[in-house]
Every structure is written in C-alpha cells, then in structure tokens.
Design a protein around this ligand. Sequence first.
Ligand code: IPM
Ligand code: MN
Length: 371
Amino acid sequence: MEKNIAVIFGDGIGPEVTRQSIKVLNAIAQQFNHRFNYKYCLMGADAIDKTGNPLPDQTINVCLNSDAILFGAIGHPKYDNDPTAKVRPEQGLLKLRKSLQLFANIRPVNTYPALHHLSPLKSEKLQNVDFIIYRELTGGIYFGKKEVNKDYTEASDLCVYNKSEIERIAHVAFQDAQKRRKKLTLVDKANVLETSRLWRKVVQEIARAYPDVNVDYMFVDNAAMQIILNPAQFDIILTENMFGDILSDEASVLSGSLGLLPSASVGVSTAMFEPIHGSYPQAAGKDIANPVGSILSAVMMLEYFEMYEEAKLVKEAVAWTQTNGFVTKDINAESFYFTNTIGDLITDYVNNRFPAEINPANIELRKSTII
Ligand code: IPM
Ligand code: MN
C-alpha cells in the first residue's frame, strides 16, 4: 500500500519523538512492502517563528491532501506566560482540528504490568484497566465566543453544543463500545450545565439504537474521583471537549507516565495522530523525552490504514522495550535510555533483529550514565 502522511513536528519535544515514529514506520514499510511518503509542514510556535502564522494555509492544504497526519506537540513557554499575546501556538492546533472537522479525539488508557510500580495508584487498582476516552474535539467552550472587556477586568468563554455535534461523536463511541465490553459512560455536569443536559438527552435517544450497550451517566466531578478509585470500571467514556481534555491527562498517570499515551483524532477529513503529552520544553533537544506516546500514535495510524498485522508488531515491540527496562527518564530516572535509543530498539525489533542479533552489551552502551 502507498500512503501520504503529513508530518507536523511542532514544538518542544515534538520533532524528536516524531522522528522515532518515522523510523519505526520506515521499518514497517520495508518489512511489509508499503510505501509511506512524508510531507513536512509547520504549525505552532515553530510556524509563528518562521511565518508569523501558527497554521500556515500550506499546512492545511497538505493535510487535506494526505491520508493521515502525524503530529508531535504544541506550545512554548514564551506564550504561556504572556496572557495578552494575540497570536498563540495552540490557535494553530485548534484551527486545524476545526478545519478538518476532527470531531472525535480517541484516547486509549491501559497499563503495562511491568510499570505498575510507577503509577500513583496501588497495583491492585490497575488490574484490568483498559478504557478509551472519546473526547468531543471541535465544539464546546474551546470554540464558543470569547470576550474580554477593554480594561481587561472581565472575560467570558461561551460553551455551545448542538444536537448534531453530539450525535456524530456518540455514534462513533457507541459503535466502538459494541466491539469492546459494551459499556459506555457519558461524563457531564448535567446537574448544573444546560449543554450537559442536552448531551444526556441526545445520548439517551441514541442509546436506543444500541440496545446491547450498557449506558451509564456520571457527573464529571465524580468521574474524576472514580478514575482514581476504580479505573477498571470504565470501558468507553464519552464526554465533551474540556472535560475530556482534563480527564485524559488525569487518566494518563494510571499508566505510569503521560509520555506513554497516544491519541487519534478522526472526523470528516484527514485523521490526525498525536501523543497526548505536551511540548515539554524543558526536555527539548536533550534526547530524554519518551517517544512511546508518539510511536503508539503511529500504531493507531496503522490501524486506521487497516494494517492490523503491522500495528500489532509495533505494539509488541513497544511492550518488549517497556517490560525489559528499555525506558526513558520519565519512567526510570536512575537507569534510562535516550529517546533515539528507544526508537532504534523498537525499529530493530520491527526489523526482526530481536532478540537474537542484538548484543545486550551494545544496548548497554547506549544507556545513559547520568544519574
Ligand atoms: C490536548 C492539548 C490541547 C487541548 C492544547 C495544546 C490546545 O492539551 O491536545 O489535549 O487542550 O486540546
Ligand atoms: Mn490536553
């Protein structure tokens, strides 16, 4: 198969983690006789520095004409600390999501038993944790009217949803639930918010078309607690944009590190694949960032291309590194491997060079001695 992939490195650690995914994808192409063509484009602080615009039109065009988008990370502290900045890197990502109508952001949460000790939760709570957050991505408070008064003493963000925006993501989430453990939890704040009551009403209507799926409803404050108290209860969590943003960061720590988790954004146009972590500027350029979130995002891309065998092989390679102590600094600060080394090891595995051909002593050399 031949696929055109738009690659957006973005900011901070975005380039170095995405490069690892490309290495792995190239190995997959070689092993399975595919052809992946990459087109590199700009977004975020990087794009502002180079063009003055966080999302140049050319990036939108390349993305529209690609089969998928692989994206790194966005954000730079110089904007975070300047609340009055008119142009912000994140505007690029939000505009791209909106332009491509990527209304469903899919964030799977699971754990590696070998990393359970890193989770803030006791390991018995982590047994059978395997859920997916379906976060609505192109509506709600992120995209409602924003206002600030002249003397900057009052501001507002409007949260708006309409029925069809809720319906389209609800269908995707219900269909996925049917393929899994057939349980869907709608997370909202229907005791307070009108938009949440609309979500409940629409989801209740849609649920009738999926009688085999068990639906329950949970207020977001309770959900934040339940993710910690009993995360194994969840199968599919369906929620609006901002609740999904917050809960998915919370849920990521179950796995031991935010750096491990991937995501896919799907909708009307070209799907986009990105790790859920941010640009982690303190680590940029140091070769210490965790590339696994990006590589697992590339796995989701392979699944989207219906390359299931290929996806399975990369997943297996990632699991092999994580369960054998080949991990980055966020996972083990005392004994860690560099970003590039983890990318190489996963690539080697895909190239069928494990475990026989690789000499552990050579891997040892690629290990950091910095403690
Ligand atoms: C995410 C990020 C983005 C979001 C930011 C960078 C705009 O946190 O993808 O979760 O809030 O959606
Ligand atoms: Mn986020």
